[in-house]
Structure formats: C-alpha cells, structure tokens
Design a protein around this ligand. Structure first.
Ligand code: HEC
Ligand code: HEC
Ligand code: HEC
Length: 421
C-alpha cells in the first residue's frame, strides 16, 4: 500500500471513529411542534388502552400528584431517578413533542432534545409496540390535562450521572423490532405475547437482572426482585405445586382474588388494576400466554411440603399473635373465608415461597383500598407489630404450610425491609 493511501485510510478511520463516538454520546434534536392536533374518539379510546396496558400512569403519576405529571421517585442500585411530566404542557411536559419525537423515545429511549433516557423507563419493551399503537398512545397523552410541574433533580451515582453512558447499555440490551405475530400460533397466544412482552413489560420485574440492571436474556420470566418484593417466576405455572388455571390467573391479573391463590399485592397491585381496565379478552390472552411459558431448567424448584397436622402448628408462640391480629380475616371461621371463600393464607404464594419477603412486605404495608374490589383491603401493621412479633407470626404461618422447611432468614429479612422504609 502506498504511503498516501495509508494516511488516507487512517484519516478516514479517524473520522468514522469520531463520528461514532459522537453518535454514541448524542442524538439530534427533533424540532418542536406547536399544539398537536386533537384526535377522534376511537383513537383516544385505543390510546387509553395502550397507556393502561403499559402502566404509564403507575410510574408517571406520583402519589397525590396530577395524572401523568411525573415526580415519582424510582430507587435503583444506581441512584434515585424521578419520572418526568408527560402531560401536554409545552414548557414542563411533552406538549412540544411531535409523534416522531415520541416514537423515538418509546423505541430508542431518546428525549426530544436528543439526551439519552435511563432504561428505568422500559423503552426496551415499548419498542416492540406497533406503529399504530404508539401513535394512538401519543394521541391519548396529548389529550390529557396539561399540568405545569417539573420533577425534582435525579440523584444518580457517579458515573451513572452521565447519561451518555446509557448508549453503551443500549448497545447491549436494545434490540428487536415491533413484534410480528407467529403464524403457527393462535391469535390469542399472539395477543398475549404482544401484551406481555411489549406494553406490559412483565419480564422487567419477573426476570433476574445482571449487575448493570439488564434482564438476563437466558433467564427471562424466571423471577426477580423489585422494590424489596419477590416477583415470582412466571414459568411452569400450569404445572406448579399448586397449579394455576386460566380462570384463576385472569382473576389475579384483574385485581380480584384468585381461587386457591389469593390476590395481588405490592408492586403487582397497580399492574393488575391497570389490566382490569382493559377488555377482558386481553387479560385472558395474557393468562393464556403465561400458562404456556415452560419451566426452565435453570430454576431449581424446591420439593413440595408434606401435609401438616394442627398440633404442630398450634404449639408456636406466633399462634396467639395470629389469632389476635390476623384471624378476624384470615382465620378459618372468618367471614372473609367462610362467606367469600377466600383461600387459606397457608396456600398463597406469600407463604409457600422460599423467601419470607412478600409475607413480611404484605403485613408491614398492607393492601391499599383499591377501586376495583373494596373487600380486597388489608391494613398495614408496620406501626403495630414489632420485629419479634412479626417474626413469630411469619414463623407460625410458614409452619402451617411447610413445617419441614422453616424460613431461616426471618430476622435478617425483616431488618432489611424495615431499613428501606
Ligand atoms: C417503570 C416506570 C415507568 C413506566 C411504566 C413508564 N415510564 Fe416513562 N419514564 C420513566 C422514567 C424514570 C423516565 C425518565 C427517564 C430519565 O429521566 O432518563 C421516563 C420518561 C419518559 C418519557 C420522556 C419524557 C421526557 O420529558 O424526557 C416519555 C415520553 C415517557 N416516559 C413515556 C411513557 C409512556 C408512554 C409510558 C407507558 C406506555 C411510560 N412512559 C411508562 C419511567 C416509566
Ligand atoms: C413492577 C413490577 C412488576 C411488573 C411490571 C409485573 N409484575 Fe407480576 N408480580 C410482581 C410482584 C412483586 C409480585 C408478587 C406479588 C405478591 O406476592 O402479592 C407479582 C406477582 C405476579 C403473579 C403471581 C405469581 C404467583 O406465583 O403468586 C403473576 C401471575 C404475575 N405477577 C403476572 C404478571 C404479568 C402477566 C405481568 C405483565 C402484564 C406482570 N406480572 C408485571 C411484580 C411485577
Ligand atoms: C381486615 C382484614 C385483614 C386483616 C386483619 C389481615 N389481613 Fe391479610 N389480607 C386481607 C385481604 C383482604 C387480603 C387480600 C386477599 C387475599 O389474598 O385473600 C390479604 C392478604 C394477605 C396476604 C397475601 C396473600 C396472597 O394473596 O399472596 C398475606 C401474606 C396476609 N394477608 C397476611 C396477614 C397477616 C399475617 C395478618 C395479621 C398480622 C393479616 N394478613 C391481617 C385482609 C386482612
């Protein structure tokens, strides 16, 4: 090669490299629009359903705050992040965003002005939505009441406070096109897959995360931990020790009590209340798809527990505490069980799980009153039970369901959950 050609090649490489580096750090701004056009009723209805299916309000509405105005803190291992205002206010919300700007945010995690958005915003899932669904969601958001509100500043730890680093994360985790139906599967299965993997972003909580907060692709739906709760594995539910059927799953997913299993609490409660807003066929499709997720070989399942005799259960100190604090609702003779035929606590996944985390969380925080089912309410006991009493009640409940494998990490788990409050 001649010397000139080599220099030329090196220069060209340099330019390409610099261009790539710049592209990694920055994206162009998309021009502002003045007030976007209003949409027809059908479009708005469809858009509202996408927005429900995507739980947008769960994150973008802070407790006591205006609908979609943002400001909810999300605590991540990399610092605290606040959701932003996605009402159509032109100054503090997304009122100046065109549809292409919105679509770029949903598919690539880039804001209108070109900055990278943190992946706590589940754009890795929303990118799987169809163009039409994104357009309808946009039209709906542009129709909500504009609110002037700016979320507090984020507190991300170094080096995560540099947003440009997200571009490396995106190289690893941002791929896949809008989901196309698989021709060999039923329409219901395909609808379920679209809702679960796209808008519903179920695997973001129900999968283990790696050290930089990406979902482990080989372990999708194997179960994860979110906000100090266990999000159980969604695989093999039809063949579980206590199997789920479609009717039970649909009830659970729509904020009701599932026969033999109980009801959603913690971070799953708002998800189920959102699904309850969708046509019931959507909940059925989600259940149908979930029941088809096969048990994966990487999850160790513990053996079932042998049946229990009452004598063993009653001997524990937690028994009288349970009688006082819990039995009025969860005791065998309580109206909630006798009349409404709710499942015994011992058979719910909070008690049969390998970790006591969800039982402790439920008892401390309770289950807030929700509009879908007012009898689905449980008071929180954070102020009325001390750690020793809570541990005794947990020990007793576990013993009723699995005396051969008591929880050994009760005190530690209670302390760590209390410390997060
Ligand atoms: C799990 C929580 C979560 C959910 C669910 C969620 N978002 Fe967000 N979203 C965020 C966070 C956090 C940010 C801010 C990210 C940042 O500042 O880097 C954000 C930012 C955005 C932005 C960029 C706004 C701006 O001002 O830069 C848009 C647009 C957006 N979300 C739309 C949506 C839509 C539409 C949905 C529902 C389909 C949705 N989000 C659901 C957490 C969420
Ligand atoms: C924000 C995190 C989060 C998201 C998103 C989420 N889940 Fe959950 N899910 C949880 C947690 C936490 C629990 C445990 C709740 C409890 O024990 O009351 C749970 C429980 C469940 C259960 C009960 C499992 C069992 O064995 O008891 C099912 C079924 C379920 N989720 C399905 C879904 C589906 C389907 C989606 C998507 C449409 C979804 N989840 C999205 C956090 C989440
Ligand atoms: C005022 C009635 C009430 C009282 C008192 C009460 N609970 Fe509950 N609890 C409920 C309701 C309602 C639910 C949700 C419906 C269901 O799962 O059956 C629930 C759910 C739970 C769950 C989650 C079960 C699941 O579905 O996964 C646990 C665990 C639990 N309660 C434990 C307790 C314990 C322990 C006490 C006593 C410290 C207690 N509760 C006191 C009403 C009550």
């Amino acid at each position: 090669m001649k010397r000139k050609t080599i220099i030329g090649a090196v220069l060209a490489l340099g330019v390409v490299g610099a261009g790539f580096a710049l592209w990694m750090m920055w994206r162009p701004e998309i021009a502002a629009v003045s007030q976007p056009q209003s949409a027809g009723r059908d479009t708005l209805d469809r858009g509202r359903r996408i927005v429900e299916a995507g739980d947008c309000a769960v994150c973008h509405t802070r407790p006591g705050g205006d609908y979609m105005a943002g400001g909810l803190p999300l605590i991540t291992p990399f610092g605290t992040l606040f959701t932003t205002n996605i009402t159509p206010d032109p100054e503090t919300g997304i009122g100046k965003w065109s549809l292409p700007a919105f679509e770029r945010a949903m598919r690539e995690g880039i804001a209108r002005d070109g900055h990278f958005l943190y992946p706590a915003f589940p754009y890795v899932h929303y990118r799987k939505l169809s163009d039409a669904d994104i357009a309808d969601a946009y039209a709906f958001l542009m129709s909500v009441d504009p609110v002037k509100y700016t979320a507090p500043e984020n507190h991300m730890v170094f080096p995560m406070n540099f947003r440009a680093l997200v571009s490396f994360w995106n190289l690893l985790f941002l791929h896949g096109d809008p989901l196309e139906p698989l021709p060999d599967r039923s329409a219901q299965w395909n609808r379920g897959r679209y809702l679960v993997e796209g808008a519903g972003h179920c695997s973001s909580c129900h999968s283990p995360l790696n050290l930089i907060g990406g979902e482990k692709s080989s372990e999708l739906f194997n179960g994860g931990i979110v906000d100090g709760w266990t999000a159980p594995s969604l695989r093999g539910m039809a063949e579980a020790k206590k199997p789920w059927n479609e009717t039970q799953l649909v009830a659970y997913l729509t904020g009701k009590v599932a026969e033999d299993h109980g009801a959603a609490a913690g971070p799953m409660l708002p998800v189920s209340l959102s699904i309850a807003q969708l046509p019931v066929q959507d909940a059925q499709a989600i259940a149908h798809y979930i029941l088809d997720l096969k048990q994966s070989s990487t999850v160790a399942t513990s053996p079932p527990c042998p049946p229990v005799t009452n004598a063993v259960a009653k001997a524990l100190p937690g028994a009288s505490l349970f009688d006082g604090a819990c039995a009025s609702c969860h005791g065998a003779a309580a109206p909630m069980r006798a009349i409404e035929s709710r499942p015994a606590l011992a058979s719910t996944s909070a008690v049969t799980a390998d970790s006591p985390r969800n039982l402790i969380q439920t008892v401390l925080k309770g289950i807030p009153m929700s509009t879908s089912d007012s009898s689905h309410y449980m008071p929180g006991f954070a102020d009325s039970l001390d750690d020793t009493h809570l541990a005794a009640i947990a020990e007793y409940s576990r013993n009723e369901s699995c005396p051969t494998r008591p929880w050994t990490d009760l005190d530690k788990t209670i302390k760590s959950i209390r410390a997060q409050e």
